[in-house]
Design a binder for this molecule. Structure first.
Ligand code: PLP
Length: 362
């Protein structure tokens, strides 16, 4: 057994049961005498794995039949380019990019290569706390063809949980660090995408859920490997897909179903996050500067009031078996990522450590 809790923001920890299963069947997958990594993506064996993964994901997220599920490559960053290229046959259409932090900003920046995005800042500071304006106050264009936003800013720990309800029905979400953490009303979106290395599995795979009527309006220059229509026609096997990552995602989906699905997962995630936030809030030693309604359940950044103690905190945390708590290099401080695979015990251990540390140095 591993006796370390891994708080990495991504690639992030996987459920122990999934790793154990991988280990068990690594050398000889289902008695074929080879590993899953070594077989053709065109073999019936792999096609079964791929299709089962898609079916399980559809069931877990309750994805309507008029959506395609694509298993893509290139990470979420490739989708920053793929989205405008797949939707903007006409590059003059107005598009709105909501800027709520690092990832949504970079999505907008990449889109500038393909269109002229209208960037909408939605973060405000109220009583020293960062807060996202409610959606009804977002200053969108009158004739917005699509709206792109990021419901969970992984670095800042800012989350937008409202269901979108805009004039345009083409709402696009970068769900990289929050997909599968809670139930989601897919039908509110035109496209949902998520890099797998946070809450789905391994890097190398990006899940894209796209409404069928949006296929086919791509611009001429879109690379074939990013063309949703082409990928959908080829069941995401236009070229060799990341087979091992796809297989792992499938195991994670089975694990999620066994755990009771997203309603149970959401409860579990809320319990973990509220334990950590309440410890921070009542400590007088640690602080988090996000307004409560926008606090992320997945990524919890915090600081020590005496920031000089942060290096010591990280060092002693590591000695206590608490791994990867260092904040993103751009914002510093501490960040604990609490994706689905993080057990409550991990957060309890972190909180005990935090209380011990603040008693010692406070
Ligand atoms: C991690 C992350 C990305 C970047 O994903 P890559 O796979 O590295 O391209 C983009 N958006 C969000 C919200 C993320 O959390």
């Amino acid at each position: 057994m591993r006796n370390v809790f891994n708080f990495s923001a991504g690639p992030a920890m996987l459920p122990a049961e999934v790793l154990q299963q991988v280990q068990k069947e690594l050398l000889d997958w289902r008695g074929i005498g080879a590993s899953i990594m070594e077989i053709s993506h065109r073999s019936q064996d792999f096609i079964d794995v791929a299709q089962t993964a898609e079916n399980d994901l559809r069931e877990i997220l309750d994805i309507p039949v008029y959506y395609k599920v694509l298993f893509c490559q290139g990470g979420a960053r490739a989708q920053f380019a793929a989205v405008p290229m797949n939707l903007l046959k006409n590059k003059d259409l107005s598009v709105d990019y909501i800027n709520s932090g690092y990832w949504s900003y970079h999505a907008a920046n990449e889109a500038k290569k393909y269109c002229n995005p209208h960037i909408v800042d939605v973060t405000t500071v109220v009583n020293d706390l960062y807060k996202i304006q409610p959606m009804r106050d977002w200053s969108l264009s009158d004739d917005s063809f699509y709206i792109h936003y990021c419901p969970n800013e992984t670095i800042e720990g800012l989350s937008i949980d409202e269901d979108p309800n805009f004039k345009t029905s083409i709402v696009i979400g970068d769900f990289s660090s929050t997909l599968l953490s809670r139930p989601l009303n897919i039908s509110k979106f035109g496209i949902i995408y998520a890099a797998a290395q946070k809450n789905i599995g391994l890097s190398g795979l990006t899940v894209v859920i796209v409404r069928e009527d949006l296929l086919g309006s791509y611009c001429r220059e879109v690379p074939s490997i990013l063309n949703y229509q082409l990928l959908a026609n080829n069941k995401s096997m236009f070229n060799t897909p990341p087979t091992f990552s796809w297989y792992i995602a499938g195991l994670v989906f089975k694990w999620l179903k066994k755990r009771g699905g997203l309603v149970v997962m959401n409860k579990h995630n809320k319990n973990k996050a509220s334990l950590l936030y309440s410890t921070i809030d009542k400590s007088g030693f640690y602080f988090n500067n996000i307004s409560p309604e926008n606090r992320s359940l997945m990524n919890v950044p915090f600081r020590l009031i005496n920031s000089k103690l942060e290096d010591m905190f990280l060092k002693e945390a590591l000695d206590a078996g608490l791994y990867a708590l260092k904040g993103h290099r751009l914002v510093g401080g501490i960040r604990a990522s609490l994706y689905n695979a993080m057990p409550l015990k991990g957060v309890q251990t972190l909180v005990e450590f935090m209380n011990w540390f603040s008693d010692k140095y406070g």
